[in-house]
Ligand binder design. Structure first.
Ligand SMILES: O=P(O)(O)OC[C@H]1O[C@](O)(CO)[C@@H](O)[C@@H]1O
Ligand SMILES: [Mn+2]
Length: 404
């Protein structure tokens, strides 16, 4: 008994020491950020450190003698990613808190506060499953559009955008879909439908239809992605869904493997029949191998996706096996388009800058100032009445690129 007590005390002290080290690392980081210090190379030995340091060299070369890359001067996308990577380093090198996710609590809270919306969505979906086999093509298409829009607007619920404040889904996610259609600035849902229905109708036993979802936020958005993924399988529009999450805590609310599994477990254990049914089915999908979870360090590097083929050829080759890639969220859109200040009318295909592993679609609410593929005058017209249109999260896109 005495020995166990000593051991617990020892662990407690180790924990306190590790916390102190992490806090001092984070204070140093805050000071560097607030005083616009030069970006420093990573000093940890995590597997991606070399790639980050090479990227810093690349930024140094870009600045072409005009001073060192620094917190206020360097591209926003790079610096924001770098900040999350430094936060990770504060914990990751610090056992016993090396696996601690500083954003876990916020993500769990978002999930619990969205409970009403999750119940509404799971209930709707389980009712739909009861007669999905009897739906004709037109009806299936309608349901697909609905669930796609729920997943699109689910992207409003992220925590980096709301600076960690409450951003849960409060209202029923299915109710006001029609009213929100005018806020979808690029609406390629029909193109997605054609791709999926053609693939289904052409399908042979040998060739499976695979859809990949490059996930964004945990909480309500993740549940909306699960429902969409389940619909794709249950309607036989797809045979396999592959999910891509983040391998380290990222942009506050992004989904890690822990969040992915935690969410399914929470649903299963919920005191609500349809929520729990969803959780049970989804764990079954993972066990059967018709749902597959992946993570890859590339998703948490600062590079935009046009460098994927060179920096992460294995990931690029894997994505090439897909029939359709669904990229969720704002950060993925910034990385798809290189986060450049494109003219709004530049075609999406051009902004992708040769990133075309497979047909792809972005489901994104606008939270940052990059938007391509609009009609002439469309952006200017909204700008005139709503100067915040690109950062308010009120507008969205379902933007498709057919690849090659
Ligand atoms: O979760 P999402 O949709 O990728 O949004 C994250 C966005 O929020 C911010 O972190 C802050 O606005 C952006 O940098 C980022 O693009
Ligand atoms: Mn996010």
């Amino acid at each position: 008994m005495f020995k166990i007590g000593n051991f617990v005390l020892y662990l407690f002290q180790k924990g306190v020491e590790a916390e102190k080290r992490a806090i001092s690392f984070l204070s140093k980081l805050r000071n560097e950020l607030q005083t616009d210090k030069p970006v420093t190379p990573l000093e940890d030995e995590l597997p991606d450190a070399t790639l980050w340091n090479e990227y810093l060299d690349y930024q140094r070369n870009l600045s072409n003698g005009n001073g060192e890359p620094s917190w206020f001067q360097s591209p926003w996308l790079y610096i924001e990613c770098y900040m999350y990577r430094r936060i990770h380093a504060a914990l990751a090198q610090n056992p016993p808190i090396d696996n601690f996710d500083v954003f876990k609590e916020g993500k769990a809270q978002n999930f619990f506060e969205s409970q009403g919306a999750i119940i509404a969505l799971c209930t709707y979906f389980q009712e739909l499953l009861k007669n999905i086999k009897d739906l004709d093509e037109k009806q299936l298409q309608e349901e697909f559009f609905k669930l796609l829009q729920v997943s699109l607007w689910g992207n409003k619920c992220d925590l980096s955008f709301s600076a960690g404040e409450d951003s849960s889904q409060k209202s029923s996610p299915l109710q006001c879909l029609e009213d929100m259609v005018p806020f979808i600035l690029v609406n390629d849902m029909e193109k997605l439908w054609s791709l999926l229905i053609n693939a289904k109708n052409r399908k042979t036993d040998k060739c499976k239809v695979r859809v990949d979802i490059i996930l964004d936020n945990a909480g309500f958005e993740l549940v909306s992605d699960f429902v969409l993924a389940d619909f794709l399988l249950s309607s036989k529009l797809a045979d396999e869904v592959h999910f891509h999450g983040k391998s380290i805590p990222w942009y506050v609310s992004d989904t890690t493997k822990n969040d992915f599994n935690w969410t399914i477990k929470q649903l299963q254990a919920a005191n609500h029949m349809w929520m729990s049914r969803c959780g049970i089915n989804w764990e079954g999908n993972l066990k059967k191998g018709v749902w597959v979870y992946h993570d890859h360090m590339f998703w948490t590097l600062p590079h935009d996706f046009s460098s994927m083929a060179e920096v992460a050829p294995d990931l690029y080759a894997d994505l090439q096996k897909s029939n359709l890639l669904l990229f969720k969220g704002d950060l993925n859109y910034r990385k798809l388009t290189g986060d450049r200040k494109w003219e709004h009318t530049v075609p999406f295909h051009q902004a992708l800058n040769k990133f075309h592993p497979a047909p792809l679609c972005s489901l994104r609410t606008l939270k940052s100032d990059t938007q391509v593929g609009l009609k002439p005058g469309q952006g200017e017209e909204i700008q005139a009445s709503e100067p915040e249109w690109m950062i308010s999260g009120k507008y969205g896109v379902v933007q498709f690129d057919a690849a090659l």
